[in-house]
Structures are given as C-alpha cells and as structure tokens.
Design a protein around this ligand. Structure first.
Ligand code: URA
Length: 237
C-alpha cells in the first residue's frame, strides 16, 4: 500500500513538473500567450508577498491546523544561493523563521566556515508549517506544498541550490537515492523556470546525531565554496 501511495505521488509530482504548476499554485485563469519572462521581471518582493499570502491561506492542510506560525523564509531574497531544509521544528514554529533552533545554530556555523551567513543566502523548507512532534512530513504533505516550493525557487532564481537532508533531496531531485550516496554531487537541473546547480548534503540535525559525518559535510561545503568562485557569484557583505 505504502509503495502504491509513493508511486502515485511520485507520478503526480512528475506531472506537476511537466505542466505549468501555476495551475495548482495560483487561482488565475490561464493565458497561453502570456510571455513567461515578464513574470521574472516582476518585483521579487511583490511575488514573495503573494506567495507568502497564498501559503497563509493554504486549505486542506493539517500541518497548518496544528502549527502556531507560518515559517516562510529567512535571508536575502536577492542571493544566488538558496538552501532548502525539511520543515520547521518547535523553535521555528514559535519564531516564524527557519533554522533558528539547535540545527539552525549548526547551519550558521557551517555557513560561516565558507564565509557565508544568513544575510547572504536565502533559506526555506520543503513544508512551511511544523509537522507535529518533529516528525518527517508525509508524502501527502510534501505533495501539498510542492507547487509553492517550485514557485519559491522560481522567484528566488538561485544559481546554487543546497538541499539539506533526504526530504529536500527526494522532493527536488526525486532520484530515490539515500542522502549518503547522493550528497556531494552537482546536478544542473531545471526546476520550474529556473535552471540551477543543485547539491545535496547532510541535514544539520543529522550531523548533531552523527558528528563523525561532519567531515563529509565539510567536503560538500568546500564544493559550494568552489562553485561560488567558478560561477563568479558576488557575495554581498
Ligand atoms: N530543520 C529544518 O529542516 N528546517 C528548519 O527550519 C529547522 C530545522
């Protein structure tokens, strides 16, 4: 049964990738002749406010019912580096910001090790309301938030996308690989209208439980640092 459900959602996610996911995300009528690039020129802040409001108004979502706050994002919306985690925990739910608890403190240190900080990256999660008891989001929940996540990536339009942990990895790359195999590899991928270099690495919460794996995360971080150089990405101080 679980396998059937998994396959069904994987297929739907693929389908949503093929069609214009704006169909699911937005309520507007479809204009087949609309020049898509015009959307990209629209003010980012305006698009982000719209996306945030649609997440605030999300329907049929149990996560929203049990959560205190929407956890939308943190950091610099104009950054070329976007980080995606799994979902908010208790601290994030309380503060309405991603990665502000213990895992967040470790993420800050990881970023600092390659001379980055929250002010020069953009951070969000696969789901934007806290799954109760810090459980992983279910396939259905991931599926519910998927069109919003793709829209989020399109608006930010990063050159580098860092996926922290297996939930972000499997949602975005959908390669069914375990994180220990998939981490530390660059994939150039088209996500919605955005083509970006994607890398997966261990989630900081996992690294707190398995500190011996930090050496692998350090390899991934150095790859990110190198890619920033190769792509000549300017880090705003
Ligand atoms: N873990 C995540 O994946 N995201 C957060 O925002 C906090 C912890």
């Amino acid at each position: 049964m679980t396998k059937k459900v998994n396959t069904k959602f994987k297929k739907l996610i693929k389908y949503y990738n093929l069609i214009n996911h704006d169909l699911i995300y937005g309520n507007n009528s479809i204009n087949r002749y609309k020049n898509k690039s015009k959307n990209l020129d629209k003010n980012k802040a305006e698009l982000l406010v719209k996306l945030k409001n649609s997440l605030k108004n999300i329907k049929n979502c149990n996560l929203k019912k049990s959560a205190t706050n929407l956890v939308f994002s943190d950091g610099n919306a104009y950054s070329k580096i976007m980080i995606i985690g799994e979902g908010p925990g208790a601290n994030e739910d309380k503060e309405g910001l991603p990665f502000v608890g213990r895992a967040g403190k470790l993420l800050d240190k990881m970023l600092a090790s390659i001379k980055l900080d929250r002010k020069n990256v953009y951070i969000t999660n696969v789901v934007n309301y806290r799954p109760p008891e810090n459980r992983k989001p279910t396939e259905e929940e991931i599926f519910r938030y998927f069109p919003y996540l793709i829209k989020h990536i399109e608006i930010i339009n990063p050159k580098i996308l860092i996926l922290l942990g297996s939930t972000a990895l499997n949602t975005i790359l959908d390669n069914q690989q375990v994180i220990s195999k998939a981490r530390g590899k660059w994939n150039e991928k088209k996500i919605g209208n955005c083509t970006t270099f994607v890398i997966a690495s261990f989630h900081p919460a996992f690294l707190m439980r398995q500190p011996d794996q930090k050496k692998m995360a350090w390899i991934d971080l150095k790859m990110v640092r190198q890619k920033i150089k190769d792509l000549k990405i300017k880090i705003e101080k």
